[in-house]
Design a protein around this ligand. Structure first.
Ligand code: 5GP
Ligand code: ZN
Length: 129
């Protein structure tokens, strides 16, 4: 399969791997948003959240806790932001969770189009009715 992250798992593309076990691998992002920006991926190919195996999802969650603690301890970051894109906004179509260490007074922005934001009541009705 022509998937960059499968190639990283197979060792065909090198990576700075900081954690690995039977089902997941975590390595440093090639274009870090902050120092220590890490990606956690399942060793099995899943495209995104919608097709992820439940047990592996749990495993990724547990690994993110371990790796989060590791980054906090080793890099002295003041926080960690987790991000995970699906379909639109997802560059690599192999499930991955971003762990982004946060440092006090360092820029990190999620921008929004304020004029596109609808009344919360309207959105709520669309979702639950
Ligand atoms: P997405 O936008 O899909 O959520 O994020 C994909 C991430 O993968 C980006 O942050 C990008 O820098 C990272 N990335 C893409 N190709 C490679 C690669 O070959 N090696 C590593 N380490 N990271 C990659
Ligand atoms: Zn893959």
């Amino acid at each position: 399969m022509d998937c960059i992250f499968c190639k990283i798992i197979q060792g065909e593309i090198p990576s700075y791997t900081i954690y690995e076990d039977d089902s997941v691998k975590a390595f440093l992002d090639i274009q870090p948003l902050t120092n220590g920006h890490t990606l956690i991926i399942p060793k099995q190919h899943f495209e995104n959240l919608y097709d992820m195996d439940m047990e592996i999802l749990k495993h990724i969650e547990l690994a993110s806790q371990k790796i989060g603690k590791l980054l906090k301890e080793k890099l002295n970051c003041q926080g960690i932001t987790r991000l995970q894109n699906n379909e639109y906004g997802q560059e690599v179509k192999h499930y991955h969770m971003h762990l982004i260490p946060r440092y006090e007074n360092e820029l990190f922005e999620l921008k929004t189009d304020k004029n596109k934001i609808t009344e919360t009541q309207e959105i709520f009705d669309k979702i639950v009715k």
